[in-house]
Design a protein around this ligand. Structure first.
Ligand SMILES: [Zn+2]
Length: 318
């Protein structure tokens, strides 16, 4: 039985159950938080996360996949405290999140002549040995490309991720910007690197309703992240639902995963503003609104199981 590393250690992939493939716990700028803590209270934030994730577990979710890496404030010590208070599995990532340039730390630690990037060794170490002194191993890789397109540094990170994937067989999730077709750019580079495309989630694919674009990427073997339910300000609820329904009708349930890209706490916005612009952007929107809408539109229980259980299990099955 293949196993996958979670915050509490290895779990049989058959026991992952219903898995939300793209949910953060905390998204923070740690440097800002350290220097301008405001009303941040570590214990309160951990308790809040435990409460929200226990509520999610009560709805039937057994696992969340948290793509919080460098650039998003990854702190596995904090995640361990949360994981100790919940039943739900948390799977954590390694990688680097940037839309344009790498941080200065990496700027002058550049790749060697043969393309070997010091970043790759860091990612591999997180997967094979563990993250810092936490004893927690990352189980997948994460990077990003947004509307800046394939900048030199975005390409550098993607290639470093691809090589860590090749070395460890850990799967990959890429934040993409489908409105500018960046999933295709990711595909090109990952093909050049010889990545296993069936182990690649093209995140945020559900932001577009261009079915031909989605089918093209799924036909190439990739998994489509229909993973921003609740961010209706980018793509409205009805459109997100219709796209999943239409892709299911075309036979692509085996190529989609469902999630919110939500978090317990994200410092990108003043906290009071979030419910104003995205009232449904939380861990339970799928259960409250999306699943009933999909079922009403003809998505079968079997297709739901494929997207929520079977596809995540396959992704983490090595
Ligand atoms: Zn995300």
């Amino acid at each position: 039985m293949p196993q996958v590393e979670t915050v509490r250690g290895p779990v049989d992939v058959d026991l992952l159950g219903m898995t939300l493939m793209h949910e953060h716990v905390f998204v923070l700028n740690e440097e800002v938080r350290e220097n301008y803590p405001g009303d941040w209270n570590e214990d309160d934030r951990v308790d809040d996360a435990i409460g929200k994730l226990n509520s999610l577990a009560a709805r039937g979710c057994q696992t969340i996949v948290d793509p919080t890496v460098l650039g998003l404030g990854r702190d596995i010590h904090r995640i361990k405290r949360v994981a100790d208070g919940i039943e739900l599995n948390i799977i954590v990532a390694t990688g680097l999140y940037t839309y344009n340039e790498v941080p200065f730390y990496f700027k002058f630690r550049f790749p060697a002549e043969d393309g070997t990037d010091p970043m790759t060794a860091m990612f591999v170490n997180d997967i094979t040995t563990g993250i810092a002194d936490t004893g927690v191993k990352a189980a997948f890789l994460k990077c990003a490309i947004d509307d800046h397109g394939m900048t030199p540094d975005v390409e550098r990170v993607l290639r470093a991720v691809a090589r860590a994937h090749k070395e460890t067989a850990a799967p990959v999730t890429v934040h993409t910007h489908p409105q500018s077709g960046t999933g295709r750019d990711v595909l090109r580079v990952l093909r050049e690197e010889g990545a296993d495309l069936s182990k690649v989630v093209l995140g945020h694919s559900g932001d577009t309703s261009d079915l031909d674009y989605l089918a093209e990427l799924a036909d190439a073997g990739c998994i489509l992240g229909m993973d921003r339910f609740g961010i209706d300000v980018i793509t409205p609820f009805e459109e997100r639902v219709s796209t999943v329904v239409a892709m299911c009708e075309r036979g692509y349930a085996g190529s989609m995963v469902l999630s919110h890209d939500a978090s317990c706490y994200i410092d990108w916005f003043p906290q009071e503003v979030i419910p104003m612009f995205a009232p449904s952007w939380h861990y339970e929107h799928l259960f409250n609104d999306v699943f009933p809408a999909l079922r009403e539109r003809g998505v079968t229980d079997e297709q739901m199981h494929t997207m929520l259980v079977a596809n995540p299990r396959r992704y983490f099955s090595g």
